[in-house]
Ligand binder design. Structure first.
Ligand code: NAD
Ligand code: WQD
Length: 338
């Protein structure tokens, strides 16, 4: 199949592009590189030997986007492109609504204009809000607590409504839990710009000597060791879920929401210990105040995806840390600038 991957130069998109190309799909990447480097696309080509096409286009540039869709003729789209920093979304909501919601509108408009109505969308466990009933099932009430989360809910709603209006739309909203890890080659991985917001990239930068120590945001939660518990999922297991979702959409059509997690929770200190094992280096840390907006515990019930997609996330926390460390230690400064 010819598959358009928006945000394909980014962290999750680049890993998914590798698996798509390896599965024999014809991959076309659209990305404006606002949070990524074109080197990631070069390395996707290097890893797969595939002729992955790349268009540096902003989704908000409707004319350019339409031209890419028209000229490449995708049969399906995997839509990763968007902004993802929760704190930034609180500070600049207009930008988040504009890029994330506006981008999804422009994309689906261009798709419909060129007769492509199959889309897999990157949603997030953040749509379950801050009082989740655990483990989280897809039927749980949704509630956003910040503009980023609202954009995910709004886009899910837009896609739902498109399918309601025209059931030739085939839609999967994948609610990711906490993606971490890297390709085992160490050639592609997560490359946050500036100070990492997320736990594993921060720890990786401590291990490689770019940062002095980790700040653990609170050790007085109601969890086994007092630190926050999350459902970390290896990025390649996550990438595989997109292929399974596309296959399922081909078979049955419809509009589906699938949790993409392992169903297991690990604390901050579990992750620190796993990273120390993976890297053979100590991870100095200090416990500081809770981070505003954080919850104690969040993990998926992935049964629906396991059953309907025939997919499970098998890779362990140790594998996630080993692969992250291979990427970070061989690319201490991330990708070279364009
Ligand atoms: P990322 O920032 O690495 O990738 C997103 C890509 O989209 C980047 O390459 C960026 O340059 C591109 N982009 C942004 N705005 C664009 C625009 N207007 N036009 C074209 N390209 C644009 O992020 P990621 O971690 O790979 O996340 C991918 C998707 O998954 C995002 O939609 C994110 O919200 C979602 N998600 C991520 C996580 C996570 O923890 N990483 C969790 C849940 C959901
Ligand atoms: C994990 C745990 C922190 C950093 C975020 C978004 C969510 C989703 C995934 C997109 C928590 C603790 C973290 C640090 C720490 N993104 N921590 N020190 O908060 O579960 O989810 O990313 O959809 O929307 O909110 O992930 O990696 O930031 O935090 O102690 O320097 O690590 O308190 O318990 P989170 P995270």
């Amino acid at each position: 199949m010819r598959i358009l991957v928006t945000g394909g130069a980014g962290y999750i998109g680049s890993h998914t592009a590798v698996l798509l190309a390896e599965a024999g799909h014809d991959v076309v990447i659209v990305d404006n590189l606002v949070n990524s480097r074109s080197e990631a696309v070069r390395r996707v080509r290097e890893l797969t030997g595939a002729d992955v096409a790349f268009h540096q286009v902003d989704l908000l540039d409707e004319e350019a986007l339409d031209e890419v869709v028209a000229s490449t003729g995708p049969e399906a789209v995997i839509h990763f492109a968007g902004l993802k920093a929760v704190g930034e979304s609180v500070a600049d909501p207009h930008r988040y609504y504009s890029v994330n919601v506006g981008g999804a509108l422009a994309l689906t408009k261009a798709m419909a204009a060129h007769d492509c109505r199959t889309i897999v969308f990157s949603s997030s466990a953040t749509v379950y809000g801050d009082h989740p009933t655990l483990p989280l099932r897809e039927g749980a009430p949704t509630a956003a607590t910040n503009p980023y989360g609202w954009t995910k809910l709004m886009i899910e709603q837009i896609l739902h409504d498109l399918h309601q209006a025209d059931d030739t739309w085939r839609v999967a909203s994948l609610r990711y839990f906490n993606p971490v890890g890297a390709h085992p080659s160490g050639r592609i991985g997560e490359d946050p710009q500036g100070i990492p917001n997320n736990l594993v990239p921060y720890i990786a930068q401590v291990a490689v000597g770019r940062r002095e120590k980790l700040q653990v945001f609170g050790d007085d939660y109601d969890t086994p060791d007092g630190t926050g518990v999350r459902d970390y999922i290896h990025v390649l297991d996550l990438a595989q879920a997109h292929i399974a979702a596309l296959d399922r959409l081909e078979e049955v059509g419809g509009h589906h929401v699938w949790n993409v997690g392992t169903g297991k929770g690990h604390s901050v200190l579990d992750v620190v210990a796993a990273f120390e094992r993976a890297s053979g280096r100590p991870i100095p840390y200090e416990v500081v105040a809770r981070r505003p907006g954080d919850i104690a515990t969040c993990y998926a019930d992935p049964t629906r995806a396991n059953t309907e997609l025939g997919w499970t996330a098998d890779r362990t926390l140790d594998a996630m840390c080993i692969d992250t460390w291979r990427w970070q230690s061989s690319n201490p400064e991330g990708y070279p600038p364009d």
